[in-house]
Design a protein around this ligand. Structure first.
Ligand code: SF4
Length: 400
C-alpha cells in the first residue's frame, strides 16, 4: 500500500471520531455525517492551527449545516444535462466526466455533495457508459475528468480511464481536476506522473483556497506535475472566513505562481444546500479583483466567475473599468482610479484627470449613461428637426 493510501486509512471519517476527538455532541455528529460524509485525512488535519481557522472551516462539519437554508441540492442543474450518469454535457465541445465519488477530504462547501461520497451515484461501473457516450459524440474535443477526486483511483484504474479517452480520436485534450496537491499531496508520486505522461496533452486543475495550503509538500507535488509537463491552473472558491480578503487571495496567488500554478478561476460560492454560511456578497469578489488587477502581476489575476444557477454556465464578472463608451471613444479608469480616454477616431490615449474622487467614480457610470441618453435624444430630435444646431448634438467634455 502506498503512503497516501495508508494516510487515508488514518482519516477522521465517522461521527464517533468527531465525538471522541472534537467533543461533538453524538446526535449532531451523526446528523452531520449523514448529511454529508466526514473525511479529514491526517495531512490536512495537520494544517489546522486553531478551531475555526480557514482550514478547519473547509473540512470540519458545522452544526449550521443542519439548518434549512432553502437552497437546492443541484443548483447548477448538472443532472439536467446528464445523458448518462457519469457525464454532464453542457457546453458544445466539452464534457464533465465523473469517475469516482471518493475524495481524500470532503469539503463542507462541495457543490456536488448530493453525489460525492456515494458510490451508488458515481462509480467505476459507469465509466464504460461515459467512454461510449464520448466516443459517439464527435463534437467532444475536451474532457474534464472529475468526481469526487479522480486521483482517488489507483494508478491502474486511472490509466484505464486515460487510455480509454486517448483511444477516442476526436478527444484533443484531457483535463484532470484534483484537490490532491492541496489536501493530500503525497498522492502525487513519480509513478503516477510517469503513467499520466503517456496520455498528454493533459491539463491539471488544482484547488487551493488558502495560502496555508501552500506547504513544502504541496510545492513538491506541484513540481512533480509541472516537471511532468502538465500545465497547472487553480480554481479557488470564495468563502466567508476562509479567503474573503484581498490580502489573503493576493498571498495565495503569489504562492501559487511560485509553485508554477496559474490562478485560473475564483468562483462565487454556489447556492448549494447546507453551504449558505460560506457565501459572501458579490461585491466582496469584485473588491478582491479590484485589489489584484494592477496591484500584482497579471499572472496572479484569475477570472472571477459566477456559475449561473440553473445551468447557465460560468459567467465572468469584473469591477467597473468602463465609465463611458460610444462610437467615438471609451472612458476608462485604471487600478489607481485615474481616468483615461481612448479616442477611437484618432487612436490616441491620454490622461484627462489624475486625481479622481472615488465617490465620483462610483457615480460616473450613472452620469455617463444619463449623458448618453440625453445626447441620443437630441440626435433623434436633430434628425427630425434640422433647426437643431449640430454642435448641440455632440457630447460635452467627457468628465468634469
Ligand atoms: S475535493 Fe472536490 S469533489 Fe471532493 S468534496 Fe472537495 S470540492 Fe467536492
Amino acid at each position: 500500500m502506498e503512503l497516501w493510501q495508508q494516510m487515508l486509512r488514518q482519516s477522521i471519517d465517522s461521527a464517533d471520531d468527531l465525538v471522541r476527538r472534537f467533543n461533538f455532541d453524538k446526535e449532531t455528529a451523526e446528523r452531520l455525517n449523514s448529511l454529508f460524509h466526514i473525511r479529514i485525512n491526517p495531512y490536512y488535519l495537520s494544517l489546522i492551527r486553531y478551531p475555526g481557522d480557514p482550514i478547519w472551516l473547509q473540512s470540519m462539519p458545522n452544526a449550521v449545516e443542519l439548518e434549512d437554508d432553502g437552497l437546492p441540492e443541484d443548483p447548477l442543474n448538472e443532472d439536467g444535462d446528464s445523458p448518462v450518469p457519469s457525464i454532464t454535457h453542457r457546453y458544445p465541445d466539452r464534457v464533465l466526466f465523473l469517475v469516482t465519488s471518493q475524495c481524500s477530504m470532503y469539503c463542507r462547501f462541495c457543490t456536488r455533495k448530493r453525489k460525492v461520497s456515494d458510490s451508488t451515484k458515481i462509480s467505476m461501473k459507469f465509466i464504460q457508459d461515459g467512454l461510449d457516450y464520448i466516443r459517439a459524440h464527435t463534437e467532444v474535443r475536451d474532457v474534464i475528468v472529475s468526481g469526487g477526486d479522480p486521483l482517488m483511483l489507483t494508478d491502474i484504474m486511472l490509466e484505464k480511464v486515460l487510455k480509454g479517452l486517448r483511444e477516442i480520436p476526436h478527444v484533443e485534450i484531457i483535463r484532470v481536476h484534483t484537490k490532491m496537491p492541496a489536501v493530500l499531496p503525497q498522492r502525487i508520486t513519480p509513478q503516477l506522473i510517469e503513467m499520466m505522461k503517456k496520455y498528454h496533452p493533459i491539463y491539471v486543475n488544482v484547488h487551493f483556497n488558502h495560502p496555508w495550503e501552500c506547504t513544502p509538500e504541496a510545492k513538491h507535488a506541484c513540481d512533480l506535475l509541472a516537471d511532468g509537463g502538465f500545465p497547472l491552473g487553480n480554481q479557488m472558491v470564495l468563502m466567508k472566513g476562509v479567503n474573503d480578503d484581498p490580502d489573503v487571495v493576493k498571498d495565495l496567488n503569489r504562492k501559487l505562481l511560485v509553485m508554477r500554478v496559474r490562478p485560473y478561476y475564483i468562483y462565487q460560492a454556489d447556492m448549494v444546500k447546507s453551504t449558505n454560511h460560506f457565501r459572501t456578497p458579490i461585491r466582496v469578489g469584485l473588491e478582491i479583483m479590484d485589489k489584484l488587477r494592477g496591484h500584482t502581476s497579471g499572472l496572479a489575476v484569475p477570472y472571477f466567475v459566477i456559475d449561473a444557477p440553473g445551468g447557465g454556465g460560468k459567467i465572468p464578472i469584473l469591477p467597473q473599468y468602463v465609465l463611458y463608451h460610444d462610437d467615438e471613444k471609451i472612458v476608462l479608469r485604471n487600478y489607481k482610479y485615474e481616468v483615461f480616454e481612448y479616442d477611437e477616431k484618432k487612436g490616441e490615449t491620454g490622461p484627462i484627470q489624475t486625481e479622481v474622487d472615488a465617490r465620483f467614480l462610483r457615480k460616473a457610470p450613472v452620469i455617463m449613461r444619463e449623458r448618453k441618453r440625453r445626447v441620443s435624444k437630441r440626435k433623434a430630435r436633430a434628425s427630425v428637426n434640422p433647426q437643431v444646431p449640430l454642435a448641440e448634438v455632440e457630447p460635452d467634455k467627457p468628465i468634469q
